[in-house]
Write a protein that binds this ligand. Structure first.
Ligand code: HEM
Length: 150
């Protein structure tokens, strides 16, 4: 199930932007038209769009397709690990990542064990997601039918 959850968070990262502050003057590899280096000055805040990386077809072909196989061992090995950042990146990434994945699987297992999940007349197909300053969330008007298992 990890591959499915990871693919959901690739398409709909709940935190779609990562911020960092440069701790030193940092030249970028590309030079400007005048031949000078581009430098990110110490103290500058950088906003990195996780969403842009996640939807870039050079890393994720057919990027809007839901395809959990992108995260199997073989396909993951073909990509830089730095182009997936639903839980952030580097030494200050999400400390709760493993807990969040376990918690989600346990919650889903309980729901699926006790209820059959069916679309209702209020279920938009495909699913309607909303995006705010932070990231994606399920639209408020998405309704599902939960039928208790007997
Ligand atoms: C699906 C659920 C979650 C997602 C998508 C998520 C995502 C993120 C992201 C993107 C960051 C920023 C990382 C960075 O800047 O590189 C972060 C940081 C953090 N998250 Fe989560 N998170 C989740 C669940 C949790 C849970 C369950 C906990 C605690 C039990 C948690 C605790 C933290 C903490 C403490 C930080 C700050 C880490 C630091 O600055 O060193 N998160 N999370």
């Amino acid at each position: 199930m990890d591959e499915q959850l990871t693919e959901v968070l690739r398409l709909y990262p709940t935190v779609a932007r990562i911020n960092r502050v440069a701790t030193a003057d940092t030249p970028l590899p590309e030079v400007r038209n005048d031949g000078k280096a581009r430098i990110i000055r110490k103290g500058t805040t950088i906003a990195i769009s996780a969403d842009a990386f996640h939807k870039d077809e050079q890393f994720y072909p057919d990027p809007f397709k839901f395809d959990p196989a992108r995260f199997n061992k073989e396909n993951k090995a073909k990509r830089s690990p730095y182009v997936y950042m639903a839980f952030g990146i580097g030494p200050r990434n999400c400390i709760g990542m493993r807990f969040a994945l376990v918690e989600t699987k346990v919650a889903l297992a309980h729901i699926v064990r006790n209820f059959e999940i069916r679309p209702s007349s209020g279920t938009p197909v495909p699913a309607r997601m909303e995006k705010d300053m932070l990231g994606y969330k399920v639209g408020t008007d998405v309704r599902l039918k939960l039928i208790p298992r007997t």
